[in-house]
Structure formats: structure tokens, C-alpha cells
Design a binder for this molecule. Structure first.
Ligand code: ANZ
Ligand code: ZN
Length: 835
């Protein structure tokens, strides 16, 4: 058996595709709307580490699908590019002392080469990189459209600040209180910001989800992030002051049970209402709270803390005097930053009340409020005019009562905050605005775009709250576009997410110098038919991009309200790791395998194999380059698809990869046999049609692992034959080509074809030939299986019954008994009921 020369074949076809621009695509009007598809990958951030095995997973899936669609006569747009502005490149540049532009472009070249080595069918003529001025000219242009629509504002607000990256972060970039980029604990800090009013689009972003073909879990993540909640704002008069404390509550029906109030420590009233004897305790508490993240503060399990301000307010429904406390479980950034506490029906309030011995009044029947808060529905009690009502009726009645007296009103709140659209860093798009002492903030005229990022040698962050650009005098100094006077350029840059908010639109028309995209191209391709990428973008990129798209839509600049019609999240590729009994993990290179057991080399003790994230410290990160070098791109692609369903996470196994490689070796072995134009056996023809059907349907449904399994079944049989039958091999070659495209083209050529197969029609199956012609039918007596028989598929009920009674065993078991009835299900079973 000759060795499969994947290295040679793969280089040959990659060169061919490149030289012939095989996958270049145009807006050809002869394709009707339904024969056009836009298949998009989440473009990579070109990090210094290069491609990891997770990238090719999604890219292979879309590539197979694109190649399949082309053979089905679809005009397919499949582009690739690079998300090349952002913190990691800059952090890396600072660490190594090289300019971010140099490192980024080197990384892009490396990524492009790695991606090309996998044989993906991208239209490379449409490649974009977000850090180039041709690209970010239009990012700046779109920002100006947002600005002019009133969607961008400047503010000095407390934001998440990473003390290591020395920049502000968006809420979405803080994970469990840590910077998503470097893992440092985030601080609160007041800094000058540009902010986008994504909250204006909260309802549209919610409603749009209903129209999308996305997974329920992903939609749920976006819904929770937007966090729409309905309730009421209620005013509580302060005793001894003319002011009212306004609270937000989702449960105005529980007002009769409000026994105290709590303000966030940052609430503006705190200083004013705190009494002299409480002042010291209150100030100390505020200082402590300022060091905690929102997450730490609101953790349900955490022990409640707080201080009494010494002040009282009046419950508007019953005139009761109730104490006003401060506590860090109330966030200043949500609702009004103040609550009415109803300890009988809110668990956090209940814990607080227990700890500080505050009264608990039951206003809803159904639980035992001496044990815990009762949060379910029930009849109201101790609630005056609400007594006897259920929850919703009581909420509505209370809101009406409050509105009539101007003590409150119905309110909707969102968890979603406006988007901090600013980085005090160098490596990003300059915001195209000018600060003029006479005219204020003035947008740069569109014909002066791009505002180019100047080349500077000192790009280190400053920790002054301004970006390193503020030190570049030639950049900062400018004339005001409005009055011509001396002015200063904005030096804050855009966050990493800006470029990825619209890259899918630029691919449609990447060289256009007059517009971000032409109307014709946008109309031809949008919306994206299939978008594949990781779940890590569930609330970041996917929310931001939808927001920009909706603004562009409202401005009449794009034709659809949603950019990504269908979205599939690939599962994570994990790895095996080895665990000691105490659950600590051992790096993979300190483990050996002996007779199926895993042994820690240093101690000789047995370890348990577990599944973990690939990580440098566990030394279980796989490098795609080495795998491709060793097994070839086609094996690598096919293995990643064979690991399991696209959407689930699955552990890497190099053994599995070599198994798939052996399979392709067998395919090659068959391809090398003498080609025969004789008719293959009927059995082989039937297997072929079953294979065409299964592979075709599964590929169309993105169920690649089961399609590959069927190809393996086919090859097992074909391998036993002495020749390579053209009638079998031509269709099989077309079937496997989307998966192993280099091998596919090579085998197509070996079959004597001069033209490549990339645009040849996909094989069709004949349904009749896919049906099993024999079936195993079980014979039961009173529901118990007693015998089996092999019958022709589709045998009628009458015949089945006759055949069942023809079986000797059945005859003897039913003899002398009364047959009550016989149930026959063709192709499945016969059940004889006897008494
Ligand atoms: C009284 C009450 C009684 C409440 C009850 C709940 C149950 P969602 O659903 O997340 O919108 N709340 C309001 N503002 C807050 C803030 N800034 N920080 C912490 N908690 C705050 O939550 C709204 C509920 O969370 C509000 O309704 C309020 O407690 C609390 F039986 O008011 B509720
Ligand atoms: Zn001016």
C-alpha cells in the first residue's frame, strides 16, 4: 500500500486555487435570490500565539458547507479577514518593545498562511483588516453617523478600570470582577468617556431576537443581558426633610410590607440625611464598599452588611415611619439606587432584617416568613385595599393607586447599560471629533476622513485617564472645522469591538472608496445566511454588531433590521487532563500511559483522566501546524468534524486524528487501483445511494460527524473490491471533496477529468435504491418476544400474520389457546394476543 502523499497534493491544490482565484465571487445577477448565500466566520484576532485548534473547527464547518452549496448551484460569498486593533496586540507590543503595527501585521501574515494551509475556500480578494486606514476610515464614518443621530455622548462617569491594562473597560469585558483581557481585578474609576446609547435600542434588540434562527440558549443569554424588568417607581417622603426617596420595585403590591428602606452607599442623599451620631459608621462603611465589584456586592450567598443612617421615611400607603439604612447589596447603577425593603417576600431583605433585627410583616399568604422569604404568588393580607387579591391584580391596583396620588408610576428598567465606547490607549481607531473652545465638540467633516492614527514610538498607556495620543502634539493640534480657530483633536480611541461591528458589511464591497458598502452589493448578499463562531461572543460582539446594524437600518443605510439570520455556536475543543485523587491536575508531559492506565511518572501513582480546557500550564495545547505537517490538512479537517456534533464541546485526541488519517489512506489506496468502467455489484450500488443520501442530508444540516461515519461505512466495503469502479468512485469523490478538498480534486483528476470539481453538480440519489429490502420482524405472544423472521420490506399485514403462524415455535405456543387478536406493524412486529 503506497503512502498517501498528502503533502504534495495539498500544496498542489492550494497553489491551483490561489493562482486561478477559484473561489472569487461576484454579484452575478443570473443567480436568483434563493441561490445566493453569505456564509460568515467570526474573523480571528491575530494574536501572537497563532491559530489554535478551536479556530479551524468553525472554519472547517463553514468551508464544507460552502463547498457543498457551490456544487448545489449556489453563488456563495465566503470571506475572511482580521480583527486587528485591540488590547492584546498592544500589550504584547509593550512587552516586547516592538510597535503594535509591526507585530500585528506579522501576526496577520502568520495567521493567513496557517489558514491557507487548511485549504479553505475563501474569496481572499475580499480580505479586510480592521487596523488599516482604508478600513477604519469607514469605522470612523459610521461613528459619525451614530454621533449625528445622537447615539454618542461624552461623560465623566465611574467606569470599570483595569489597573494593569491602564484603560477603561465595557461592562461586557469584565468577567467576575476581573479584566477579561489580563485577569486583573477591575477597579471603579471616574474618567472622561465616549459612550454609545445602546440602551435606546434595548427593546429593538429584544424584539429582533424573535425573528432570528439562533439557539434558544444564545437568545436567552442576550435577553438576560438586556434584562428588561417591569415595575414601579415609588416616592417615600423623608421625615424632617422636604425631599422624597424614589425607589424602584418590581413588587409594588408588597408596599404594606415595606418595613425599612435601603440606599446604595453612593446614593446622593446619604451625606445629607445621616445624623451626627451615625456619621462615623456611615463614612467607614462607604469607604469599604468602594473597593468591591458589583458582583461581589450582589452575591446572594454573601453575608449582609449595612449601617443605619439615623434618618426615617414615611411609607406612603400606611403613614408608618420606617428607618433608612445603607447597604452594599443595593447598586447605585440600577433602578434609582434605593429600595423599599420587604423582608417577608424578598430573600435578600429577609436576611438583612434578620441580621439587624428589623420587623418582618407578611403581606402575601402561602409561606412561613419566620423561616424564609415567601416569593411566590398568593392572597394579599395586612394590605388594606389589596387584601384578597392575587399578585398581578394587586400590582395593577397599587400602581393605579400610586399614579392617582402622584406618589409613583409604572416603570421599565433594563440591566443593559450604555456602552463605554472609549479606550485610553493607542492601538485603536481615533474618534473623529474635535474639541473647539468656541464651538464645543465638532465632528470631523466626512471628506477629511480617515483621521489617521499617527505613528508614535511611545505607545505605552499613561494612567492619566488620557490616551498616549494626548502627548502627540502634531496629532492633537488642529483647526476647528466649524470656525477655523485653534482646536484639539479627541485622543480617546475606540474599543476593540468597533471594527467587528460592521466587518461583514465591508466584505461585500471591500474596495469601495465612496461608501462603506454599495447599495447593490448590500442588497445582493444581506443578511448573512449562516454565521458560525464561539459562544464567548454571546453578549459582546453579537450584541454590539446588532446594535450598530439597527442604527444603520434606521438611517436607511442597510436593507434588513438584523445582520445575522442564522447563527451556530461551535462547541469548544477541550483536552484530556490527568488528576490526582486530591483533584489537582498533572501536566500532560509528566504522565505516561500503561495498559490503559495513566501513571504520574514522578510518583508512579495512578491518575484519573478528566476533561479540561486546553491550557499552557497543563501542556495539553495542540498546535495545528504540527498536526497538519504530520497528518495533512484533509485529515485534520475531517478529524475535527468527526470528533462529534459541531455544537457540543469535545476533547482532542491525536489518536482519533491518526484514525481518520488511516481512513484517508484507504481512500487513497482505492483511488490508486485500476479504474474500471464495468458495472459494480447491486449491493455496492445500493450502498452508494444510501451514502449519497446520508452525506447529502447530513452535510446540508451541518451534521458532519454522521456524514463522515457513513463515508467510512462505504469505504469499508469499497476497500474489499479489487478495482476502482468509476460508477462508484465519481460520486464518492464528489461527496468527500467538501470534507477533504485536496484529496477530492486529486482523485477527480485521477479519474481523467480536466476541469476541477469545485463547481460540478453534487451527486443525486435514487430513493428506491436507498430502501432496505429486507427487514427483521419480531413475533410476540402477549407482548413477549418469542421469535424473529426476516421478510421482504413492505410485506403486508396479512402475509406477516400467515408467516408468523407458520413458525413452529409459535404454533406450539398458541396451540389449544384462544387467539383474541393479532396486531401487525409492517417491517417491525407481529403481536399475537392469546387467552
Ligand atoms: C421590593 C420588593 C419586594 C422587591 C419583593 C422584590 C421582591 P429586577 O427583577 O432584577 O429588576 N432592587 C431595585 N433596585 C435595586 C438596586 N439598585 N440594587 C439592588 N436591588 C435593587 O429586580 C428589581 C427588584 O430588585 C426590586 O423590587 C428591588 O426589590 C430590588 F417581594 O422591591 B424589590
Ligand atoms: Zn470651533
Amino acid at each position: 500500500m503506497s503512502k498517501y502523499p498528502f503533502n504534495e497534493i495539498e500544496k498542489k491544490w492550494q497553489k491551483f486555487w490561489e493562482e486561478n482565484e477559484t473561489f472569487k465571487v461576484t454579484e452575478d445577477p443570473s443567480f436568483p435570490k434563493e441561490k445566493r448565500a453569505y456564509i460568515l466566520d467570526m474573523f480571528p484576532y491575530p494574536s501572537g500565539a497563532g491559530l489554535h485548534v478551536g479556530h479551524p473547527e468553525g472554519y472547517t464547518a463553514t468551508d464544507i458547507y460552502c463547498r457543498y452549496l457551490r456544487m448545489k448551484g449556489v453563488n456563495v460569498l465566503h470571506p475572511m479577514g482580521f480583527d486587528s486593533f485591540g488590547l492584546p496586540a498592544e500589550n504584547y507590543a509593550i512587552k516586547t518593545g516592538t510597535h503594535p503595527k509591526i507585530t500585528t501585521e506579522k501576526n496577520i501574515d502568520h495567521f493567513r498562511e496557517q489558514i491557507k494551509s487548511l485549504g479553505f475556500s475563501y474569496d481572499w480578494s475580499r480580505e479586510v483588516s480592521t487596523h488599516t486606514s482604508e478600513y477604519y476610515k469607514w469605522t470612523q464614518w459610521i461613528f459619525l453617523q451614530l454621533y449625528k443621530k445622537g447615539m454618542a455622548y461624552e461623560a465623566d462617569t465611574p467606569i470599570n478600570w483595569c489597573p494593569d491594562c491602564l484603560t477603561g473597560l465595557a461592562n461586557e469585558e469584565v468577567k467576575e470582577g476581573m479584566c477579561d483581557r489580563c485577569g486583573t481585578q477591575v477597579e471603579r474609576r471616574n474618567t472622561r468617556q465616549w459612550i454609545l446609547k445602546i440602551t435606546d435600542y434595548a427593546d429593538k434588540l429584544l424584539e429582533g431576537l424573535d425573528t432570528l434562527d439562533w439557539s434558544d440558549s444564545l437568545k436567552a443569554m442576550q435577553r438576560n443581558w438586556i434584562g428588561r424588568s417591569e415595575g414601579a417607581n415609588v416616592e417615600f417622603k423623608l421625615e424632617k426633610f422636604d425631599d422624597y426617596i424614589e425607589v424602584y420595585t418590581t413588587r409594588p403590591d408588597t408596599l404594606f410590607g415595606a418595613t425599612y428602606m435601603v440606599l446604595a452607599p453612593e446614593h446622593p442623599f446619604v451625606e445629607k440625611i445621616t445624623t451626627a451620631d451615625q456619621k462615623e459608621a456611615v463614612e467607614k462603611y462607604i469607604a469599604e464598599a468602594s473597593h468591591k465589584s458589583d458582583l461581589e456586592r450582589t452575591e446572594l450567598s454573601k453575608d449582609k452588611s449595612g449601617v443605619f443612617t439615623g434618618a426615617y421615611a414615611i411609607n406612603p400607603v400606611n403613614g408608618e415611619k420606617i428607618p433608612v439604612w445603607i447597604s452594599d447589596y443595593i447598586l447605585i447603577s440600577y433602578g434609582t439606587g434605593a429600595i423599599m425593603a420587604v423582608p417577608a417576600h424578598d430573600q435578600r431583605d429577609w436576611e438583612f432584617a434578620k441580621k439587624f433585627d428589623l420587623p418582618i410583616i407578611e403581606v402575601l399568604k402561602g409561606g412561613d416568613v419566620s423561616v424564609e422569604a415567601y416569593t411566590e404568588d398568593g392572597d394579599h393580607v395586612n394590605s388594606g385595599f389589596l387584601d384578597g387579591m392575587g399578585k398581578q391584580e394587586a400590582i395593577d391596583s397599587m400602581i393605579a393607586w400610586l399614579e392617582e396620588r402622584k406618589l409613583g408610576k409604572k416603570t421599565i428598567n433594563y440591566k443593559l447599560r450604555d456602552w463605554i465606547f472609549a479606550r485610553q490607549r493607542y492601538w485603536g481607531e481615533p474618534i473623529p471629533l474635535v474639541h473647539c473652545p468656541a464651538c464645543g465638540t465638532v465632528p470631523v467633516p466626512e471628506d477629511q476622513l480617515p483621521i489617521t492614527l499617527p505613528h508614535v514610538d511611545d505607545f505605552k498607556p499613561t494612567n492619566t485617564g488620557e490616551s498616549p495620543l494626548a502627548k502627540v502634539e502634531e496629532f492633537v493640534k488642529c483647526t476647528c472645522p466649524q470656525c477655523g480657530g485653534e482646536a484639539k483633536r479627541e485622543t480617546i480611541t475606540m474599543p476593540q469591538w468597533a471594527g467587528s461591528c460592521w466587518y461583514y458589511l465591508r466584505y461585500l464591497d471591500p474596495k469601495n472608496e465612496k461608501a462603506f458598502v454599495s447599495k447593490e452589493a448590500e442588497d445582493y448578499w444581506m443578511p448573512v445566511d449562516l454565521y458560525v463562531g464561539g459562544t464567548e461572543h454571546a453578549v459582546l460582539h453579537l450584541l454590539y454588531a446588532r446594535f450598530w446594524h439597527k442604527v444603520l437600518f434606521d438611517l436607511g443605510l442597510v436593507s434588513h433590521a438584523e445582520p445575522f439570520q442564522r447563527l451556530v455556536n461551535q462547541g469548544m475543543i477541550t483536552a484530556y487532563a490527568y488528576q490526582r485523587p486530591n483533584k489537582s491536575l498533572v501536566p500532560t508531559d509528566e504522565v505516561k500511559e500503561e495498559e490503559g492506565k495513566f501513571i504520574e511518572i514522578a510518583t508512579g501513582k495512578e491518575l484519573e483522566q478528566v476533561i479540561a480546557k486546553m491550557s499552557k500550564s497543563l501542556k495539553n495545547v495542540e498546535n495545528p501546524d504540527e498536526m497538519i505537517e504530520h497528518f495533512g490538512a484533509d485529515s485534520f479537517r475531517m478529524y475535527e468534524m468527526f470528533m462529534g456534533p459541531l455544537q457540543v464541546s469535545k476533547p482532542w485526541s491525536t489518536k482519533g486524528l491518526s484514525g481518520v488519517h488511516r481512513f484517508l489512506n484507504r481512500v487513497w489506496n482505492i483511488a490508486e487501483r485500476e479504474i474500471s468502467d464495468e458495472k459494480p455489484s447491486d449491493d455496492m450500488i445500493k450502498l452508494l445511494h444510501k451514502t449519497i443520501k446520508k452525506v447529502s442530508l447530513d452535510t446540508g444540516a451541518l451534521e458532519f460527524n454522521t456524514a463522515i461515519a457513513q463515508m467510512m461505512i462505504f469505504i469499508n466495503e469499497a476497500y474489499k473490491l479489487d478495482k476502482c469502479y468509476r460508477e462508484l468512485w465519481e460520486p464518492f469523490t464528489l461527496l468527500i471533496a467538501p470534507y477533504a478538498p485536496h484529496l477530492g480534486e486529486e482523485m477527480w483528476q485521477m479519474l481523467g477529468h480536466e476541469e476541477i470539481l469545485a463547481y460540478k453538480p453534487y451527486p443525486e440519489w435514487i430513493e428506491e435504491l436507498t430502501l432496505d429490502d429486507e427487514k427483521e420482524v419480531v413475533v410476540q405472544i402477549n407482548g413477549k418476544v418469542r421469535s424473529k423472521m426476516t421478510v421482504a420490506a413492505g410485506t403486508s399485514k396479512d402475509d406477516l400474520e400467515k408467516m408468523a403462524f407458520g413458525i413452529e415455535k409459535i404454533q406450539s405456543m398458541t396451540e389449544g389457546k384462544n387467539v383474541v387478536k393479532v396486531i401487525c406493524i409492517p417491517d417491525k412486529l407481529v403481536n399475537i394476543v392469546v387467552k
